[in-house]
Design a protein around this ligand. Structure first.
Ligand code: SAM
Length: 302
């Protein structure tokens, strides 16, 4: 594959092609060239992809579009891998953004790699990264956690998991749950944690705002339009505690365990899991607990 908008494709290769998340101007010249040159396109929804291709005047051979979604992916992938082995070229796209990121494509890429096929990226829009890049929240370390669960109990449990997580956390959320999700977030992470709500990115009513969680809830309720569209929710990481030189992996494990266990048991387990020394981990656990993360009775000594 060369670096221009021309596609000189490698026979037998799979191309993972990102498509716009709202603004059609974001389909790269190289993506257009690849989509116009491959023998087949595996698409999450063939109607959506047909409309995209038609907009750009991209023609596909008859039968060139094949549906690939969560329910048929493993089965369809087998046939597509056989076609690659015969020298075909294949692109995979989803309805919007980067395939595989909370979208179909994983089974196909995995199968292609297992079969020794080359897999190339044609990168482009991804709502998670687009939102992170405008959020004003730390971008040096982050976790992408996909869609928030639909039910409040499971959602609160998901937020519990990041109570002590120092990295920025990114979630996808659907229209009709955003208000409930923000309420659950405040209930678990408290009113002060800074959160970015990024909505309708690259579209006409694009909006992104970063506020302490409780203020964001108020802002969101002020205007019904702020509950419409597609959302990315970005949560600032938990404040760092001076860790007296503890190994970062040991600290991460300790913080996870502290969400469930008293300081002494969390420190002992974290030491066993990571091989780090127990005593400094216990001191660190007490510090973190002092900040409210492990506020339970801990009479036992390390
Ligand atoms: N693969 C896609 C990507 O790379 O971003 C994500 C697909 S996932 C099924 C769809 C979710 O992504 C939406 O529910 C929303 O949370 C987020 N999303 C997609 N487009 C968006 C946009 N324009 N603005 C904000 N969020 C968006």
């Amino acid at each position: 594959m060369n670096v221009s908008g021309d596609a000189s494709l490698e026979p037998g290769a799979l191309y993972v092609v990102a498509t716009p998340i709202g603004n059609l101007g974001d389909l790269s010249p190289r993506a257009q060239a690849v989509l116009g040159a491959v023998s087949r396109i595996a698409a999450e929804d063939t109607r959506t992809t047909s409309a995209l291709l038609a907009h750009f005047g991209i023609r596909t051979p008859p039968g060139g579009l094949v549906a690939l979604h969560d329910h048929n992916e493993t089965r369809i992938a087998e046939g597509l891998i056989r076609e690659l082995a015969d020298g075909a070229t294949l692109a995979v796209v989803s309805d919007a953004g980067t395939p595989l990121i909370s979208d179909p494509g994983y089974a196909l890429v995995r199968a292609a790699r297992a079969a020794g096929r080359a897999v190339y990226t044609v990168p482009g829009p991804c709502a998670a990264i687009a939102a992170l890049s405008v959020s004003g929240l730390p971008t040096d370390r982050f976790v992408f956690a996909g869609f928030l669960p639909a039910k409040s109990g499971a959602r609160r449990a998901a937020f519990e998991l990041i109570k002590a997580e120092p990295r920025t956390a990114i979630y996808y959320e659907s229209t009709h749950r955003i208000e409930d999700s923000l309420n659950d977030l405040v209930a678990v992470l408290g009113p002060e944690r800074r959160v970015c709500l990024a909505r309708e990115l690259t579209k006409r009513f694009e909006q992104s705002i970063t506020l302490p969680a409780a203020e964001l809830c108020v802002w969101q309720r002020e205007d019904p339009n702020r509950g419409r569209g597609e959302f990315v929710l970005i949560v600032e990481g938990a404040p760092e505690v001076a860790n007296d030189g503890a190994d970062p992996e040991a600290e991460r494990v300790l913080r996870l365990l502290l969400a469930e266990l008293p300081a002494s048991r969390a420190a002992r387990l974290a030491a066993e899991i990571t091989g780090a020394a127990k005593k400094p981990l216990y001191q660190l656990a007490l510090k973190i607990a002092g900040d409210g993360a492990g506020d339970r009775d801990d009479a036992e000594s390390a």
